[in-house]
Design a binder for this molecule. Sequence first.
Ligand SMILES: CC(C)(COP(=O)(O)OP(=O)(O)OC[C@H]1O[C@@H](n2cnc3c(N)ncnc32)[C@H](O)[C@@H]1OP(=O)(O)O)[C@@H](O)C(=O)NCCC(=O)NCCS
Length: 181
Amino acid sequence: MGKIGEIKYIINNRTINIRNGEVKDAEKLINLIKKVGKETDFLLKNPDEFNPTIEEEKNFIQNQADSEVDLLVVAETDGKVIGICGLNGNVNKRIRHSAEFGLAIEQEFCGMGIGKKLMKAGIEWAKENGISRITLKVDTNNYRAISLYLKLGFEIEGTLRNDKMLSDGSYIDGYTMALLL
Ligand SMILES: CC(C)(COP(=O)(O)OP(=O)(O)OC[C@H]1O[C@@H](n2cnc3c(N)ncnc32)[C@H](O)[C@@H]1OP(=O)(O)O)[C@@H](O)C(=O)NCCC(=O)NCCS
C-alpha cells in the first residue's frame, strides 16, 4: 500500500535512487522542502511557513506509507534526498479514482530528468491502484514544470486567476491540469 519498487538510474555519472519516502528521511525531507522553498516561488508556502517538527514529519511519512490512497516517493543520491513526489488520494468512493500530484526537486538537480522519473513512478503506481485521474496545480509562469507535465500527457483544464499572491503583493495565475489514465 503506497509502495513502489526501488529503481536506480545513472544520470550525469550519479546514481539516483528512486524509492518510497521512509520515516528515517524526516529531517532530510524538511530540509529539502525548505531549500526548494527558498530557491523558487513555485511551492504553496513561504519558506518560513513550513516548520514541522521532526516528529510531525515522521508521522506524516508513516501516514503516507500506511495509506492505500497516498504515495510518497523520493529521489536520493549519495545519501542525500534531492527530490520528492507525492500523490494525495481520496478515500470517499465518488472521488476514490482521483489523486493530486505534488513535486519538488533541489535546484542543482533540476533539468536532469529526475522529475520525469519520479512522476513516471507515481503514474505507474496510480495505474496499479485504481486511480484513473491525476490532477495538479501549477503556476502559469512555471515553464519547466508545465513542459514536463505536457510531455507526460497532462492537459490544461482551466486557469485559476490570481491563484497565488507573492510576498511583493503580485498575483500569479495557475493552471489546473489533469491526466486521465
Ligand atoms: C518542476 C520540476 C519538478 C521538474 O523536475 P525536473 O527534474 O527539473 O524536470 P526534468 O528534468 O524531468 O524535465 C522534464 C522536461 O521538462 C523540460 N524542461 C527541462 N528544463 C526546462 C526548462 N528550463 N525550461 C522549459 N522546459 C524544461 C524538458 O522538456 C524535459 O523533458 P525532456 O528531458 O524529455 O526534454 C523541478 O524543476 C522543480 O522542482 N522545480 C521547483 C519546484 C516546482 O516548480 N515544483 C512544481 C510545482 S507545480
